[in-house]
Design a protein around this ligand. Structure first.
Ligand SMILES: Nc1ncnc2c1ncn2[C@@H]1O[C@H](COP(=O)(O)OP(=O)(O)OP(=O)(O)O)[C@@H](O)[C@H]1O
Ligand SMILES: O=P(O)(O)OC[C@H]1O[C@H](OP(=O)(O)OP(=O)(O)O)[C@H](O)[C@@H]1O
Ligand SMILES: [Mg+2]
Length: 284
């Protein structure tokens, strides 16, 4: 059995469970369940705090886990990122009171509040900035107003929380984070390679199915080269003959994002009967 850690709460919990369900794995229906065995797929899921997942996997107790890249780096655990999962995207950024116009160099000797001291420490050390880190559990945006910090380093998604706290971003993003799949160190006991490959292929299939759509259209054969250039597919488009003389049918995968303008371009070129279909699953 593969032992896989899944976030039990927080921003990554629901998207991780949804992705695993779409990949054909059983997921818990009761949020109080701590373990779920998926007999058919030979997998055991352990529902743990996202922050602890890299620790369990890094210690080699569990084979694999889903966590945030920021949490993996903050933990300094010996777990290894093997796949980005395309959900829970955020940036880890500095912020200070609006109008304060801070730069990275201004942080010298200042107090910086964060829930990710392990991540921040390394970043500041690499840039030769000495500051005092104030370790808080959450709601870090309130720390400046409450007088315990001069600046913060925190997770930003939409920026709404920052704005509400009267803060503004400064400096370059410290990290671009998202949900990731981590594995235990290669020095620990081996992970069943076949089981691991099945899991990663299934997850990649979900990612592709979410990112691409299938496009079908009919086009005069004389325009095929120009149409194929618009829809090159992943390998190459499938071309089938049509009963109508001089016409062919084309099928290709195209990025889901921007498929409407692509349909306009194909129509303008002379394509007709343009159909777009969502993918339920795929294995490339
Ligand atoms: N608003 C958000 N949008 C996207 N990802 C987020 C957001 N907030 C947190 N994350 C990501 O989710 C992961 C876990 O953060 P989360 O907030 O769920 O845990 P936590 O702060 O330890 O727990 P809690 O907020 O429940 O106390 C991190 O990788 C983080 O980058
Ligand atoms: O940019 P935004 O879209 O506003 O999202 C970012 C906020 O979301 C997270 O908070 P969470 O709800 O996890 O609370 P926490 O600070 O207590 O962890 C994060 O810590 C930020 O505060
Ligand atoms: Mg949080």
């Amino acid at each position: 059995m593969l032992k896989i850690a899944v976030p039990n709460k927080g921003a990554l919990s629901q998207p991780a469970a949804t992705m695993l369900s779409e990949a054909g794995y059983r997921q818990r229906t009761d949020l109080k369940d701590l373990v779920l065995t998926d007999e058919a797929n030979h997998v055991e899921f352990y529902y743990l705090r996202p922050r602890d997942i890299a620790v369990y996997v890094g210690e080699g107790t569990l084979d694999l886990g889903i966590t945030g890249r920021d949490m993996l780096l903050d933990s300094h655990a010996d777990a290894e990122e093997i796949m980005a999962l395309g959900f829970g995207a955020s940036r880890f950024r500095f912020a200070s009171p609006a109008g304060s116009d801070y730069t990275l160099a201004d942080l010298e000797g200042k107090r910086i509040a964060t829930s990710y001291p392990g991540l921040l420490e390394g970043y500041l050390a690499d840039r030769g900035v000495k500051a005092r880190l104030i370790h808080l559990d959450g709601a870090v945006e309130s720390s400046i107003r409450l007088g315990v910090a001069d600046a913060i380093a925190d997770v930003v998604e939409t920026g709404t929380t920052l704005r509400k706290a009267g803060l503004e971003l400064f400096g370059d993003p410290i990290l671009h984070s998202e949900g990731i799949l981590v594995r235990r160190p290669r020095s620990a006991a081996q992970i069943d390679p076949v089981a691991l490959e099945h899991l990663t292929r299934r997850l990649s299939g979900v990612l592709v199915a979410r990112t691409y759509v299938l496009i079908d259209y009919d086009i005069p054969e004389s325009l095929l080269d120009r149409a194929s250039a618009l829809t090159p597919g992943l390998e190459s488009p499938t071309i089938s003959p049509l009963a109508k003389k001089g016409w062919v049918a084309v099928r290709a995968l195209v990025p889901a994002k921007g498929h409407q303008p692509l349909m306009d371009d194909l129509y303008d070129l002379g394509a007709r009967g343009i159909l777009v279909t969502e993918l339920a699953a795929c294995r490339l």
